[in-house]
Design a protein around this ligand. Structure first.
Ligand code: CA
Length: 223
């Protein structure tokens, strides 16, 4: 899952991005409002962490730009103030949740995971597809009751599928959501990674190939 981090405090932005990457997310960072508004409209994100006080364009205007452009992924707003009027304005502009500075990095992760679960249409901490289970809170995968060991890239791919159960996912969509902006893998890479995940699962029946289109997570994979 790919997250846009917008924060003009460069040290804090780096800290948030690092915490997200360590937790298995892909993170892009912007430090000013205009660049953030542009990136959010041009790139494929699953969620954003958005500071309100930004140079060139304030966070609420950035959020309105994204929403007006039809982007409805969840947004966690960061604010230095804990004023009710800010929260009302934020929710009216389309924010999904709030975090008042200073905060623990763990709290950013908790809120983000909860927002992503809700936007996947599930409030549950444990996402299931047949005998495959994904604990959103810990980031652990279980397959047929055993811990599934995955590399960072394999993990990102499988997590993306678990958040989009039963949906057809094209190679392009996968690339956009499991690689940061400056990385453009060749189209073969996705197939290689899918192949590795299938070998670890011991079956191709979980991640099904839709000929000429992409892949789909099989929700009723036999155990
Ligand atoms: Ca700021």
């Amino acid at each position: 899952m790919r997250i846009l981090v917008v924060e003009d405090d460069t040290a804090l932005a780096a800290q948030i991005a690092q915490a997200l990457r360590t937790a298995g997310f892909v993170a892009d960072v912007e430090h000013d409002g205009e660049a953030a508004a542009f990136a959010g409209c041009e790139e494929a994100y699953d969620a954003a962490v958005l500071d309100l006080g930004l140079p060139h364009k304030d966070g609420l205007s950035v959020l309105r730009d994204w929403r007006e452009a039809g982007h409805h992924w969840p947004v966690l707003v960061l604010t230095a103030r804990n004023r009710w009027s800010d929260k009302v304005a934020g929710f009216n502009a389309g924010a999904d949740d709030y975090l008042t500075k200073p905060f623990m990095m763990e709290e950013v992760l908790l809120r983000l995971r909860a927002m992503l679960r809700r936007s996947s249409g599930s409030g549950a901490n444990l996402l299931r597809a047949g005998a495959l289970e994904y604990d959103v809170g810990t980031g652990h995968f279980m397959w047929q009751g055993q811990t599934l060991q995955l590399t960072a890239q394999e993990h990102k791919i499988l997590a993306y599928f678990m958040h989009h159960p039963g949906q057809l996912i094209t190679r392009t969509t996968l690339s956009e959501h499991v690689y940061a902006r400056d990385l453009d893998p060749d189209s073969n890479t996705i197939d290689v990674l899918i192949g590795r995940i299938r070998r670890k699962l011991g079956t191709a029946g979980v991640l099904v190939t839709e000929r000429g289109q992409g892949f789909r997570l099989n929700m009723s994979e036999p155990r």
